[in-house]
Write a protein that binds this ligand. Structure first.
Ligand SMILES: CC(=O)CC(=O)SCCNC(=O)CCNC(=O)[C@H](O)C(C)(C)COP(=O)(O)OP(=O)(O)OC[C@H]1O[C@@H](n2cnc3c(N)ncnc32)[C@H](O)[C@@H]1OP(=O)(O)O
Length: 388
């Protein structure tokens, strides 16, 4: 074990036009420090996950965290970015600072405010996480990128519309019980399966219900070393973690396999000496339902081309053999880009300390997280375990 989470905070995700990036950061940071029961003076390093890419005019944001408390002034603070995996990139950098012995307490904050940006610009900003030379003109923003992946997958393995609707319906159902989720509505399989005025096609075979939400929100956590964590009121350890970065152009890869995701799961489970079956739950990056389906294959839950089985046979439901996205995922909880990976770690820590309330997975002991930037370009897996 290299590091542990000892305090955390999660603001409700949603449309928060009354907020500013600055307020979101300050609120989440203060709450996480309070939750850890440390003094702001104890923080040795600050990492801020913030994608931005045009969502906010303020583009130099690391120092905004210092506004959570005067005692944070003069602490080293750095902004970390790796597309939609920005939050996990910040968390894993924090774990490295702890493991190296450079810091005793690290504060990690993830934030994004997307909904105040006009519609067409949202898609344009998100597309900056693709290879612009090849994908820059794809219509419908990042949905266009995953629409292309879904098209290719359907051509190779057949129509997967039922499985995608099952994934959407599962995540929406789970989101109802999550007080931090943006959309708490059980849409049901039939609504997600059928094209309708309320559920139009967005890109390729992907309908609105196959897409994650556009969101505002922040989450934060405090890390320390495992020995110090043992003396604190709660602690969730990093049993292992992995980061695998792949080529940016999709043309240089077989995009129907998320090879970086597969390698990251292999490395993290291997380092932990665990099998996927040992995990109590997984929070995975369902930016689009087709991504969750391919991730089932990449994490080793099913063989290649058979991800649909896991959805159609209920393996990943709350009462299935491996609950996936008990939080409702990006689909229902929301996907404020820079906050997403931090949120995944916070909600998993809540599961492992029995703080997850109505989304609690029974007897959760080990949790896996997969957070992805771009189309399987930045791949981060963390395996978390309760310490007490
Ligand atoms: C970039 C990386 O590195 C990797 C990644 O993670 S890629 C993912 C990045 N994120 C995205 O691409 C966001 C994708 N989602 C979207 O762009 C938008 O949600 C969307 C285009 C699918 C829909 O937007 P829209 O058509 O403007 O819908 P909008 O007018 O806001 O809302 C209309 C209705 O649909 C609902 N709705 C909006 N988005 C929804 C969604 N994704 N799922 C379900 N319902 C949705 C709204 O609640 C609203 O419902 P009511 O009429 O009942 O109030």
């Amino acid at each position: 074990m290299t590091a542990a989470m000892v305090g955390w905070a999660h603001l409700p995700f949603g449309k928060h036009s009354e907020e500013t990036v600055e307020n979101l950061i300050v609120k989440a940071a203060s709450k996480a420090i309070d939750d850890a029961g440390i003094s702001p003076e104890d923080v040795d390093e600050i990492l801020l996950g913030h994608f931005n890419a045009g969502f906010s005019a303020q583009d130099f944001t690391a120092s905004l965290v210092l506004q959570a408390d005067d005692a944070l002034r003069f602490k080293p603070a750095t902004r970390v970015e790796n597309a939609c995996a920005t939050g996990s990139a910040a968390v894993q950098q924090g774990v490295r600072a702890i493991s190296s012995g450079d810091a005793k307490f690290v504060l990690v904050v993830g934030v994004e405010q997307m909904t105040t940006t006009p519609g067409p610009e949202i898609g344009k900003n998100l597309l900056k996480a693709s290879y612009l030379k090849e994908e820059g003109d794809i219509p419908a923003g990042f949905a266009g990128v995953f629409g292309k992946i879904a098209d290719g997958y359907f051509q190779k393995y057949g129509d997967q519309s039922d499985a995608l609707a099952r994934i959407a319906a599962k995540n929406h159902k789970n989101g109802v019980a999550n007080p931090y989720a943006q959309m708490r509505k059980d849409l049901g399989f039939d609504f997600c399966r059928a094209e309708s005025e309320k559920n139009p096609f967005v890109a390729g075979p992907l309908k609105r219900t196959d897409c994650s939400l556009v969101s505002d929100g922040a989450a934060a956590l405090v890390l320390t070393d495992p020995a110090t964590a043992l003396g604190m009121k709660k602690a969730v350890a990093f049993r292992s973690m992995a980061h695998v970065q792949d080529f940016l152009p999709m043309s240089k890869r077989d995009i129907l396999k998320f090879e970086g995701c597969s390698k990251a799961w292999g490395a993290a489970l291997g380092d932990a000496g665990l099998a996927l079956d040992d995990l109590s739950f997984v929070e995975t990056h369902d930016c689009f339902t087709i991504a969750e389906l391919i991730e089932y294959e990449a994490m080793g839950l099913t063989k290649e081309g058979e991800g649909a089985r896991a959805a159609l046979e209920g393996w990943t439901e709350m009462d299935g053999k491996l609950p996936v996205n008990p939080s409702g995922g990006l689909k229902a909880k929301g996907h404020p880009i820079g906050a997403t990976g931090v949120s995944m770690h916070v909600l998993s820590a809540m599961q492992l300390t029995g703080e997850a309330g109505d989304i609690q997975v029974k007897d959760a002991e080990l949790g896996g997280i997969f957070n992805m930037g771009g189309a399987a370009v930045a791949n981060y897996v963390s395996i978390l375990q309760a310490m007490k």
